[in-house]
Design a protein around this ligand. Structure first.
Ligand code: NIG
Ligand code: FE
Length: 396
C-alpha cells in the first residue's frame, strides 16, 4: 500500500480524548477504564467531508428528470420556470419544522455513508425571510451533532420570478447579506455564476459584499457554459470554485496563483449528462487542490453518497484512488477552510472517524455503489453504527 501517499498505518490505532484525536500509530495503550472499539479487518479513515450540498429544500423534481432523459436541457427547463424555481415554490410553502425533518433524514443518510462534515447552502428561498428560514434549519441540524454542518448563504442561486434581476441583486447586497451576517447564520457566500444567471460582474459584486459582511466567498463556476467564474473566484479570494466543467486557461492559472480549491462534482456531470469534463490534467499540472463533493440537490444531482461521488470522480473524471480519497477528506476540509480541524487522522484534530469493512483502501473506490461503512464517529461520539452487519464481522 505504500506509494499511495495516503500515510497508511498498518495495524494502527487511534486514541481519542473527548472530542479530539490524542494520538495515532501502533502500540498505543488505552487507560484501563477506556472503551476500546475493535476495528480488526477494517480500514479506519478520517470522517468524510462533503464540501458542496443543497441539503435543505421542499419537493422533488422527478418529472423534470424524466423530461431531461427525453432530451430537454437543464437550461430549457429553467427558462420555462421549472428547475430551481419549482423547488423555490415548494420550499417557500414548507414550514421550518418540515424542512428540518427533511434535512435531518437526509443528513442521517449522508452520515451512513461516512460524512462527518457537510456544507449546506441556502438558495431555495430567494427572499429574505425564506433564506433566513433555510439557514435557521441548517443551524438546528448542526445542533444535532450528527455532522459538522457548515452553512453557506446562496441567495444568488436564481432570480425569483417576481423580481427584476438588478433589484434582486440590490436586495441581496443591502438586505439579505447584512441580516445573515447579523444573525451569524452563515460562514460562506456562494453565487451561481453563469452568463444566464448571475454574470461575472454581478457575482463579483455579491461576493465582495458578502466578504465585507464577514462571509468567505465560494463560487458555482463555469458549469453550464464558460462564464468567467474561475476568474471571479480568484479575484474575490474565494476559498473554492465548484463544477468547473469549462473554465478558461486564464481562470485556472488565477485559481492556482490564489490557492482556490477546485470542488469536483461528478454526480452532477453524470445526472445532467454534460459534454464537458473538468480539465483535471491541467489542474494537476498547475497544482490546484482538488476536492470531491456530492452537490446533493433535487435537480441536477440527487446523490447523497460522498463515497459514490469519490468513485465517480475516478471513473468519470480520471482521478486516482488516492486523489479521490483526499478529495473527500483533507481537500474537502480545505475547500471549507477547515483543514486545521478535520480531514486527517492526526493529534489535535476533531475525532471524526469512519470505520469501513474493506480489506484495503482501494476497495473503497473499487466496490461501486457498495456501502462498507460500519461505524461513524463525529467529535468523539458514535453517530452511526451499521446494524446490518456488526463490527468485527467483515463481509467481503
Ligand atoms: O449546483 N447550479 C446551481 N445549483 C445546483 C442545481 C440546483 C437545482 O437544480 O436545484 C447545482 O447544480
Ligand atoms: Fe451546487
Amino acid at each position: 500500500m505504500s506509494g499511495s501517499g495516503l500515510g497508511i498505518v498498518e495495524q494502527g490505532s487511534v486514541l481519542i480524548r473527548e472530542d479530539r484525536i490524542l494520538a495515532v500509530g501502533t502500540g498505543l495503550k488505552p487507560e484501563p477504564d477506556e472503551e476500546v472499539i475493535d476495528c480488526e479487518g477494517c480500514v479506519v479513515l478520517p470522517g468524510f467531508v462533503d464540501s458542496h450540498t443543497h441539503l435543505i429544500f421542499g419537493g422533488w423534481r422527478s418529472d423534470e428528470f424524466e423530461r431531461r432523459l427525453a432530451g430537454v436541457s437543464y437550461k430549457e427547463i429553467a427558462a420555462a420556470g421549472g428547475g430551481i424555481l419549482s423547488t423555490v415554490r415548494a420550499t417557500r410553502t414548507a414550514s421550518e419544522e418540515e424542512l428540518y425533518q427533511l434535512g435531518l433524514t437526509r443528513l442521517q443518510e449522508m452520515s451512513s455513508w461516512g460524512a462527518t462534515t457537510v456544507e449546506v447552502k441556502s438558495g431555495y428561498g430567494l427572499e429574505t425571510g425564506a433564506e433566513l428560514k433555510l439557514l435557521r434549519v441548517a443551524r438546528r441540524l448542526a445542533e444535532t451533532g450528527i455532522a459538522t454542518v457548515v452553512p453557506t448563504f446562496m441567495g444568488a442561486h436564481a432570480i425569483p420570478p417576481e423580481r427584476e434581476k438588478t433589484d434582486y441583486v440590490r436586495e441581496i447586497v443591502e438586505t439579505m447579506l447584512p441580516a445573515v451576517a447579523e444573525q451569524r447564520l452563515a460562514r460562506f457566500c456562494d453565487v451561481f455564476c453563469e452568463n444566464f444567471m448571475f454574470n461575472a460582474e454581478e457575482s463579483r459584486r455579491i461576493l465582495e459584499a458578502g466578504r465585507a459582511c464577514g462571509l468567505t466567498p465560494m463560487v458555482h463556476a463555469d458549469e453550464i457554459e464558460p462564464s468567467g467564474g474561475a476568474e471571479v473566484a480568484a479575484r474575490v479570494g474565494a476559498v473554492s470554485a465548484s463544477h468547473l466543467l469549462q473554465p478558461s486557461e486564464a481562470g485556472l492559472r488565477l485559481m492556482a496563483e490564489n490557492g482556490v480549491v477546485a470542488v469536483l462534482l461528478p454526480g452532477t456531470y453524470l445526472m445532467l449528462r454534460e459534454q464537458h469534463r473538468p480539465p483535471v490534467t491541467r489542474m494537476r499540472e498547475l497544482g490546484i487542490t482538488m476536492a470531491v463533493a456530492t452537490d446533493f440537490n433535487p435537480g441536477s444531482c440527487t446523490l447523497v453518497s460522498i463515497l459514490l461521488a469519490a468513485q465517480l470522480a475516478c471513473l468519470l473524471y480520471g482521478l486516482t484512488v488516492a486523489e479521490a480519497l483526499r478529495g473527500i477528506t483533507v481537500n474537502g476540509a480545505k475547500a471549507l477552510a477547515l483543514d486545521s480541524e478535520c480531514g486527517r487522522l492526526e493529534p489535535a484534530m476533531s475525532a471524526d472517524i469512519v470505520v469501513a469493512a474493506v480489506p484495503d483502501y482501494r476497495h473503497l473506490i473499487y466496490r461501486l455503489g457498495h456501502n462498507p461503512v460500519r461505524m461513524v464517529i463525529r467529535a468523539g461520539r458514535v453517530v452511526y453504527r451499521c446494524c446490518r452487519s456488526p463490527m468485527g464481522i467483515v463481509q467481503q
